[in-house]
Design a protein around this ligand. Structure first.
Ligand code: SAH
Length: 365
């Protein structure tokens, strides 16, 4: 068999080369990229989709990020916090059906009442879930000690998106004069890895002021940091946020969508054995002629996070408008979805934790 032709001219590719590949071109150019990425996924990970059931624990948030619908200053929404029993019930539901993952996400809080409640909840989930069940956390920036506590309590993975690798752009999408800086975000990401977590990060795509060179840098960042998991999706506007004022300057949604697929595909070529999610934001883009989940899987994504938050709370956890939801009947959604996957030549990975091979190899001397 012929050796595969390297996709990039330079290895690793330069920022300029990546920015060029991100630029809109022809359908043929995109198809070539997607098919290379898909082949890379199949070779390294197989045609298997890993599910992480996402429970949005609380929309209470101490931060005021300019893009996010659950920011502190948004007083149009009711704030909720789920009881631990909801998470335990969800775990039992998932486990009994052969699923081995659950992700807990929330607005950001770092007060002791919250961090201790999370520690207790993780301990319980760990006990009930057993050794082959994975607990994923996405609870924002915390102290190194808190990350260690949560890891010690039994959490396996942590997701903290850097949002953008450009410090100037990071500053522009956060409150002026605030302590939220890219440097602080990176310190947290380093602490997460240091605590021993399978480490995930990601960015938003198509932010106001963002350039293709910024996105190329984001890809190089993931590679340089050797993260285990990545979640990337289009930036989608929310009317009750300050960034909404820039909606007229955004790329058309279709272009944000295609750019997201190109980002996924390029990263799959750069990092063949990481886990990469078909993000909820991508799934929320309902454009004619697109099938977001299929498109993401065919571009190299291998993970999806179905939302299992009680539906009345999901409505209050709108990070952006028109956020995708599996709806009221999750079982039915999953049934239809599993059939669809088969049509695409893929299948849901059951009875296995689905740890990213990248993490396993990173841990093996
Ligand atoms: N508070 C936690 C987790 C909740 S936010 C944290 O900050 O890590 C989870 C992710 O949603 C963010 O990292 C961001 O990338 C994404 N997000 C927020 N607002 C968004 C928007 N308007 N469009 C697209 N993604 C958004």
């Amino acid at each position: 068999m012929d050796a595969p032709v390297p996709f990039f001219t330079n290895n690793p590719p330069s920022k300029e080369e990546l920015a060029g590949l991100l630029a809109p071109g022809s359908d043929e150019k995109d198809q070539l990229l997607f098919s290379r990425a898909y082949a890379t996924k199949i070779k390294n990970l197989g045609p298997r989709l890993h599910l992480r059931f996402l429970l949005e624990l609380s929309n209470v948030c101490s931060r005021d990020c300019l893009y996010c619908g659950i920011r502190r200053s948004n007083n149009e929404i009711e704030r909720y916090s789920l009881q631990p029993e909801v998470a335990l019930e969800a775990l039992h539901w998932a486990k009994s059906r052969g699923y081995r993952n659950m992700a807990l996400q929330a607005g950001e809080r770092s007060d002791k009442t919250f961090t201790r409640a999370v520690t207790r909840l993780v301990e319980q989930l760990r006990r009930e879930g057993g050794d082959d069940f994975r607990i994923v956390l996405s609870l924002g920036e915390q102290s190194a000690a808190t990350y260690r506590d949560w890891k010690q309590a039994g959490a396996d993975r942590y997701l903290l998106r850097i949002e953008t690798s450009n410090p100037e752009l990071y500053r522009k999408i956060h409150p002026p004069g605030s302590t939220y800086t890219l440097a602080a975000r990176l310190r947290s990401l380093a602490a997460i890895r240091e605590a021993g977590f399978q480490t995930g990060t990601g960015v938003m795509i198509g932010l106001p002021f963002q350039t293709l060179r910024d996105l190329a840098d984001d890809l190089l960042f993931f590679k340089a940091w050797e993260v285990d998991m990545v979640g990337m999706g289009p930036y989608l506007e929310h009317h009750a946020t300050p960034l909404f004022a820039y909606r007229h300057q955004l790329l058309p949604v279709k272009e944000r969508y295609l750019l997201s697929l190109r980002m996924i595909a390029l990263l799959r070529c750069l990092m063949p054995d990481i886990n990469m999610v078909a993000s909820t934001a991508l799934q929320s883009v309902g454009l004619p002629g697109t099938e977001p989940l299929r498109d993401a899987l065919m571009a190299g994504a291998n993970v999806m996070m179905p939302n299992i938050t009680p539906v009345n709370c999901q409505e209050a956890y709108l990070l952006y408008e028109n956020k995708f939801t599996p709806g009221l009947d999750l079982e039915k959604y999953l049934f239809n979805f599993a059939n669809q996957l088969n049509d695409w030549g893929e299948a849901i990975a059951l009875e296995e934790p689905g740890d990213p091979p990248h993490f396993i190899l990173r841990k093996t001397p």
